[in-house]
Every structure is written in C-alpha cells, then in structure tokens.
Design a binder for this molecule. Structure first.
Ligand SMILES: Cc1cc2nc3c(=O)[nH]c(=O)nc-3n(C[C@H](O)[C@H](O)[C@H](O)COP(=O)(O)OP(=O)(O)OC[C@H]3O[C@@H](n4cnc5c(N)ncnc54)[C@H](O)[C@@H]3O)c2cc1C
Length: 385
C-alpha cells in the first residue's frame, strides 16, 4: 500500500492550493457562507479555475481536463472546500456521467464549457413524491417527434436559480411494468419558456428551489442514454466510479476552533476537562476520513472500485461532519447559539450555521439510511429489509 501522491498529483495539489490561497478571497467566502448559491465572485473564481484546467482534472485534455484520475478530483474538492470556495460543482459531476453515457456530440457541446466554468448544471431528481425512491419520478415527458414536451414539478433542486441547465429525470412511460423502466434523462436549458423557479429556504438559511414545468419543449438531442433508459444513466451518475469524501471544510473549521480555544478562550478548555478528548476524537475522524476518501479515489483509478466504496466514505464523511458540529456546539455552550450580528457570537456565528446545516449532508445525494442499504445489499450481499 502506497499512501504517497504521485509527483503529478503533488504538483496539482500545490498548484490548486497556491491558486486558492490567492484567489479564494473574502468575497467568495462570503458568498459560500451566505448559502444562497454561486454569486458573481464565485462564478469568477470558477472561470479562473476553468482557464487553468483545474475544474475537471480527470477529463481528457480534449474536453478541458488534464487526463488525471479520481485522486486529482478528490484533491481539487479537498482544496476547494478547505478554502471555503463554491461547492458542489454539479456541472462537473454531470460531466463525469456524460463521459460515460453521453453521445460524442453531447460531450463536445457540454464538456469543454463545463470545464471552462461557463456551464453549470442543477440536479433535477427529487419530486414531492420521489426522494429516496427516485424511480417514482412523475414529471412527464411526452414524445413529440424530435422533441419532448414536459409538465410537472421538482423540489429541492438547489442549484436551479444560478445554473444554465437542468439534469432532469423524467417519466416517459407511465405504463411501464417496473417503474424504473419508464424513465428518461434530459438536459434542459433553464431559460426555456414554461419553467418557473421558486425559492425554498432551509432552517440554516440555505437556498434551494421548487421548479415547475409547464409545456416545456426540449430537443431530443438533449436526451442522455436511451428513451426509457434513464435508470442506467442515474445508476452511472450515483454509483459509477467516484472520488471519496473529503475532510476539507471540516478540517478548516476544526483548525479555526482549535486556534480560538488556544488563543482567545483558553478558559473554556480549562473549565471543561472533557474537551481535549473530544477534540482528539474529531482529529482522529478527520484523519480517517482522508484515508477513506483517498482510498476510494485510488480504487476508482485502479478500476477496482465497488458500488459500495463511495457510500462507505460518503456516510462516514457526512456523519462525521454532523458529529463534529454537535461537539462544537457543546464546546461553545450557550454562546454558540448566537447568530452572526450579535457581538457575543463566537467566531461570527459561523458554527451555528454549520450546525444548522449539518443534517443536510446526511440527506442529499442519498440519505445515510439509503447509503447503508447499498452497503448492506450491494456490498455485503445481505437481503433487503
Ligand atoms: C437541503 C437539500 C438540498 C437538496 N438538493 C437537491 C438537489 O439539488 N437536487 C435533487 O434532485 N434533490 C436534492 N435534495 C433532495 C434529496 O436528495 C432528498 O431529500 C433525499 O433523497 C431524501 O428524499 P426525501 O426528502 O423525499 O425523503 P424520503 O425519501 O421521504 O425519506 C424520509 C426518511 O426515510 C428514510 N428512508 C426512505 N426510504 C428508506 C428505506 N428504503 N430504508 C430505510 N430508510 C428509508 C430516509 O433515509 C429519510 O430519513 C436536497 C434535499 C435537501 C434537504
């Protein structure tokens, strides 16, 4: 087992780190912390990364990548989240699937633009009656010759208000014997007439959206995979080779908290002898998380990944993040509950937001329960409950 990055990966890590040290400035961080989505500063940063071929390092050079591996993708995610830059970049995630399932024409049309940071996608899976059970999607796409006509609703489509395209799971055959056989994946220009986007704001202040479709026309050229073959595309998107989880954001906040306790409030530690053990536990988890994340990426690069390497690291990353936020709130005590704006709020109230937002990570991209189901059934071969 070799835990060393290759010289090429090390050079990439250094390049991205140095770039973000300089370019991920206060304006970008403020946009990230606002949880309102990518604003002008984030978009500018993304374009600058795109101009340096940093956004999709795994893709072939002809599509704007560097021909590197999943390890490079994980390095990018770690650095971006550590620096509190815009994340996730769903366009790159979609591009990963297009590389496998898209036509040559689609790859040429979308991948270079995504890699340059000029095209962003929003994930359009969830509906009011289709979340974990995504095969229950009802948004209807009716075949109309060389186009589809769409009617229906999506919910919790977080990036829709600042993206260019919708990666949309639709129902093309409502009579299919098995519901997952009647689905089709489409890429929809979000400026198409008939689309309405309405904000939904979570208790943490994160903006997500409801998206309504009313007689929206979508060319068949934007269909990914086969008609009624959307399930294969979604499986590739969710469980194809993947980079592992990253400790980036948690590591940054952990370092901030450690500094705060050492330099500003040593009395908190002096008065609470349980805190050093709790901090050590977090540190252990963050180290483990990095090992798991890089292992999952390395397995993908070697072509050895199983459909459950990603879920294992995903569950651990997201639950560690939630546990970390819980411990931080205990350490900060009642003051930790004060929001930004109060002069008494520790560290500008940033941990309160992190805490309020932390359950999200155990829900999105497949909840922890669903990920455990995948680990148990696909990984361990156990029967479904
Ligand atoms: C802040 C936020 C942002 C999101 N962003 C996006 C986005 O950009 N695009 C998008 O398409 N979706 C997005 N989602 C939707 C997210 O993917 C779904 O919320 C998630 O898949 C769960 O679906 P649900 O909310 O309908 O819950 P349900 O599926 O109704 O599940 C409710 C609970 O039951 C559990 N459960 C369900 N089925 C099982 C089972 N078989 N076994 C055991 N437990 C089970 C779940 O784990 C969960 O705890 C977002 C959600 C949130 C909260």
């Amino acid at each position: 087992m070799d835990f060393e990055l290759t010289p090429e990966e090390k050079a990439f890590q250094k390049e991205v780190r140095e770039f973000l040290d300089k370019e991920c400035n206060e304006n970008v961080i403020a946009e990230t912390e606002s949880m309102l989505g990518e604003g002008p500063y984030s978009k500018e940063l993304i374009k600058k990364m795109g101009a340096r071929n940093m956004l999709a390092p795994r893709w072939p050079e002809e599509y704007g990548g560097r021909g590197m591996g999943f390890m490079a993708e994980t390095i990018k995610v770690h650095e971006l989240t550590y620096h509190r830059g815009p994340f996730p970049l769903d366009g790159v995630e979609i591009g990963n699937t297009l590389l496998v399932c898209g036509t040559e024409e689609q790859k040429k049309k979308f991948l270079p633009g995504i890699a340059r940071g000029e095209i962003e996608f929003a994930l359009g899976y969830t509906e009011p009656n289709a979340g974990s059970d995504v095969a229950s999607v009802q948004l209807r796409a009716v075949d109309n010759g060389d186009e589809f006509i769409l009617n229906g609703q999506k919910i919790y489509n977080t990036e829709a208000h600042f993206s260019d395209y919708h990666w949309l799971l639709t129902r093309t055959d409502p009579t299919a014997e098995k519901k997952h056989r009647g689905l089709t994946m489409l890429m929809v220009d979000l400026k198409s007439p008939g689309i309405t986007i309405r904000p939904l704001v979570t208790s943490a202040g994160l903006r997500t959206n409801e998206v309504f479709y009313e007689d929206v026309h979508v060319p068949k050229a934007n269909m990914v995979g086969e008609k009624n073959g959307g399930w294969a595309v979604i499986m590739s998107a969710l469980y194809g080779g993947m980079g592992g989880g990253s400790s980036g954001a948690s590591r940054f906040h952990f370092e901030t908290l450690t500094k705060y306790l050492l330099e500003e409030k040593p009395e908190i530690v002096a008065d609470n002898p349980w805190i050093p053990d709790a901090m050590a536990d977090i540190d252990i988890k963050l180290h483990l998380l990095d090992v798991m994340g890089f292992r999952a990426s390395s397995m993908s690069d070697l072509g050895l990944s199983t459909p459950y390497d990603g879920p294992v690291s995903h569950v651990f990353a997201n639950e560690s993040r939630r546990d970390f936020c819980n411990v931080v709130m205990q350490i900060l005590g009642p003051y930790g509950q004060l929001a930004e704006g109060s002069k008494w709020a520790p560290l500008r109230g940033v941990f309160l937001r992190q805490y309020m937002d932390s359950p999200r990570w155990t829900i999105v991209h497949g909840s922890s329960e669903i990920q455990r189901l995948v680990i148990a059934t696909r990984g361990l071969g156990l029967p479904r409950k």
